[in-house]
Design a protein around this ligand. Sequence first.
Ligand code: 13P
Ligand code: 13P
Ligand code: MG
Ligand code: MG
Ligand code: MG
Ligand code: MG
Length: 372
Amino acid sequence: MTTLSIIKADTGGFVGHSAVHPDLLATAQEAARRAVGDGLLLDAHVASCGDDVSLIMTHEHGADSERVHGFAWDTFQETTEVAKRLGLYGAGQDLLSDAFSGNLKGMGPGYAELEFTDRPSEPVICFLADKTEPGAWNLALYKMFADPFNTAGLVIDEKMHAGFRFEVYDLFEEKRITFDCPEELYDMLMFIGAPARYVVHAVESRNLTEQAAATSTQRLSLIAGKYVGKDDPVMIVRCQSGLPAVGEVLEPFSFPYTVGGAMRGSHHAPLLPVSIPDAHTARFDGPPRVVALGFQITDGRLIGPRDMFADPSFDGARQQANTAMDYLRRHGPFEPHRLPLEDLEYTTMRALEARIAQRWQPMPEVATTMAR
Ligand code: 13P
Ligand code: 13P
Ligand code: MG
Ligand code: MG
Ligand code: MG
Ligand code: MG
């Protein structure tokens, strides 16, 4: 069995929340090189999207391994030290705990992990996003694994025709459930259409009983009890041979659907698919970005990455995203650009309510003139 783990954290932004400084990437690359040399990891690749560093790693220790999670935690401590020296913004932002204990659950860094027995050829896409929440993957996963207008294989590939099983987390109640699609599609959509609360955590093939996709599902604000930065999730999707083809896995991002998370974690904006050189944010701390790194995993080695969105066939999506961004931005502080009150990451509402509580009066029976 091989495990593919992506573990990520924002340990300091350059400039503001826009990107990762090259010295942080160099520090993480050096740590990864040592971990491969020491035999902890089979292979590793360091990548970034916006101000978040991702450690993409293959190993044989399984998911939730103390050694692999501990390595990531130590690496993020190192990059935080570099960020502090450079005075980068929000140094150590996602490290919410003082000490590592066993695994990263509830500690701040996000992770998606997938264990599999290597097929003769193992094409995988690693998606990294910035300025959004884990539910941002819901629409894309639905399209890849349940929508025949996206994925032709659901109709014409015998190995895919039985459909896929989705595991969904309720992040507010800390519960999970599985839905068998296609027959439970409508039930599932009732939940995953509300991505701030319900998040697809994993997808498996019903025919092959192989796990096909894994996402990072932690919500930083639910861990910290307050806004400390956006989650900026990652996702792994295995492709081909009874799973969606690479082109079917990329296709959902040809529509720059709207996600929560831009500017102070509190605005809806389109999800912009970009090349690796464009994986940083700018306008209104956004628009939220997604990059796709393609690998072939061979004997545990990460052959790649290929920069999958560095392609003119995504230019239309980028143009549409910019148009949608212009449209949403003109709403300023109004919904649906600003998130609804209950989903706002930042809020002055509690203090404001307390300050003006005494000034509210009952509405008059018949409103004629303004009350004095
Ligand atoms: P190739 O003939 O280029 O290998 O394409 C096969 C295929 O089915 C792509 O979707
Ligand atoms: P990050 O989670 O990417 O640090 O974004 C924080 C933010 O509020 C940007 O406006
Ligand atoms: Mg940040
Ligand atoms: Mg970020
Ligand atoms: Mg963040
Ligand atoms: Mg071919």
